[in-house]
Write a protein that binds this ligand. Sequence first.
Ligand SMILES: NC(=O)c1ccc[n+]([C@@H]2O[C@H](COP(=O)([O-])OP(=O)(O)OC[C@H]3O[C@@H](n4cnc5c(N)ncnc54)[C@H](O)[C@@H]3O)[C@@H](O)[C@H]2O)c1
Length: 314
Amino acid sequence: MTVIVTGGAGFLGSYICDVLVEQNANVICIDNYASGTESNISHLFDAENFRFVRHDIAQPIFFDENIDVVMHLASRASPLEFYDYPIQIFKANTLGTWIALGIAKRHGARFLFASTSEVYGSAEVVPTPETYNGNVNPVGVRGCYDESKRAGEAICIAYKRQHNIDVRIARIFNTYGPRMRAEGVYGRVVPRFIYQALRNEQLTIFGDGKQTRSFCYVTDQIEGLLRLAWFDGASGEVVNIGYPEETTILELAEMIIEITGSESNMSFHPQPEDDPRRRCPLIDKAKNLLKWKPEMGLREGLRRTAEWWRAGTA
Ligand SMILES: NC(=O)c1ccc[n+]([C@@H]2O[C@H](COP(=O)([O-])OP(=O)(O)OC[C@H]3O[C@@H](n4cnc5c(N)ncnc54)[C@H](O)[C@@H]3O)[C@@H](O)[C@H]2O)c1
């Protein structure tokens, strides 16, 4: 079996490459290192069944060998990048999805799209089911990400309807774990807090910290994504993959300070534009269809992530 993983040098993509290489699939990792790093995949460079192609997936690309599955994860995904790279984000999720679907169409391959909870925007229904259509501001600073993912989903379903491509859409909720970058003050919250806590710096809280998120450990997320990609009965399905419990940002900060034994305090900053107040998935569909639910508790997942950071910065 040959699997293309776009965005394979990123946080989630590199774990998918690891699992597939281990399972003896031929893995073609396409990445332009926009937000991924060579260090995420360099341990795979010697594997005979792993090939890295440095390429922007918004540009056409063709393969001679037969392709069985295309997993499209290429897209910058952190809030900092929404400010600096809105056009690249739009292209990766629209043109990039189109091009990746074109590969699937030419080869009769199965297709998985890494969508996001952000398609729900500021959800009025929490926990949010897949049937909720969203509440998104198209012209806000998050619009490049939210709307391009929504368009990406629509393109997938168009290929399913018109060409009967076997597409699957994963709505991924906040996921964390080793290999996630810190990316400074506006980066994703778990690595940012751990980075700050390990340095005894103030943890930056945006708004009052009472906004909620749900945090899924990376190995659970990867298991969910692979089940969705592999399960025969999931063609055309849209499935939430995430941790089904809400935590406030304040609770998260306190937990990370405690786990790391940090002397950090917290500093409060204005809430970013269109930052959702609550976010939590309903995962009944994943449970019923894929027999999947996350196994890793938040405290233990954070402890493991902090250990990884500590080992890397020691
Ligand atoms: N991690 C999460 O919590 C989360 C939540 C929701 C959705 N997602 C989605 O999952 C996917 C992976 O996210 P991640 O957390 O691993 O992010 P990441 O930034 O670590 O990985 C994204 C990868 O895509 C690559 N990339 C970006 N644009 C590209 C392009 N035009 N051509 C080729 N490669 C390109 C980057 O270099 C990087 O390696 C993304 O599509 C993201 O939107 C992630």
